[in-house]
Design a protein around this ligand. Structure first.
Ligand code: SIN
Ligand code: FE2
Length: 214
């Protein structure tokens, strides 16, 4: 296994309390190894089109998951479930490389149960939202960026409060924990073609989450 190497002693930038930005946490070889893991996951659990609750309007990203649970959204609502919405098969196992990154960067005493894979084409975005479908907010959400740089918007716990923008580049890790665990966040847009890692200049974001309480 190609080890995903982080910088010697990665020191994060604390963008706001509980929001930690580890720039360049994963080097190019590590990014390529992760991408190969994700390609294997996607071969087994193909990207699906998530839809808004009630209206059924499609989101602009495509999604998949790995790990015991996966996050999905369709006309019936947001939820975690153990199987792919189209194939009905269990999600593929969480790759060891992701478990190792969680151990290193999440600082939490239990493994993640879900890895949501968000696939961004040139026009994809993600509106401001909170990650709050988990039973316990003690564990952080750990986000890994691969491919094109994204304009990530981060706010506080209210939708209308002030926000700031962070440019998440390939290999960056962002942790939403503590006072930022329920911070509103979203992707305004991606800078398509700003990285050669992902085919067609797109972006892949992986968010690792603990779903149940320990
Ligand atoms: C998300 O909040 O689910 C995705 C964030 C990102 O793409 O960086
Ligand atoms: Fe999110």
């Amino acid at each position: 296994m190609t080890e995903v190497r982080a910088a010697e002693e990665p020191s994060p930038l604390e963008v706001q309390p509980g929001a930690l930005w580890y720039r360049g946490a994963i080097d190019r070889a590590g990014q390529e190894a992760l991408l190969a893991d994700i390609d294997r996951v996607l071969a087994e659990a193909p990207p699906f089109v998530p839809r808004m609750p009630r209206t059924g309007a499609p989101l602009s990203v495509r999604m998949s998951n790995c790990g015991p649970l996966g996050w999905i959204s369709d006309a019936a609502g947001y939820r975690y479930q153990a199987f792919h919405p189209d194939t009905r098969r269990p999600w593929p196992a969480m790759p060891d490389r992701l478990l190792a990154l969680w151990e290193r960067f999440a600082g939490y005493g239990a493994p993640p149960e879900a890895c949501l894979i968000n696939l961004y084409g040139p026009e994809a975005r993600m509106s401001l939202h909170q990650d709050r479908d988990e039973a316990d907010f003690a564990a952080p959400v750990l986000s890994i960026s691969l491919g094109a740089t994204a304009i990530f918007r981060l706010g506080g716990e209210t939708r209308r409060g002030p926000t700031r923008s962070v440019r998440l580049a390939s290999g960056d890790i962002f942790v939403l924990g503590g006072a930022s665990r329920l911070a509103f966040h979203g992707i305004d847009r991606i800078l398509a073609g700003s990285s050669t890692l992902v085919a067609d200049g797109g972006r892949i974001n992986l968010t690792l989450r603990r779903v149940t309480a320990i």
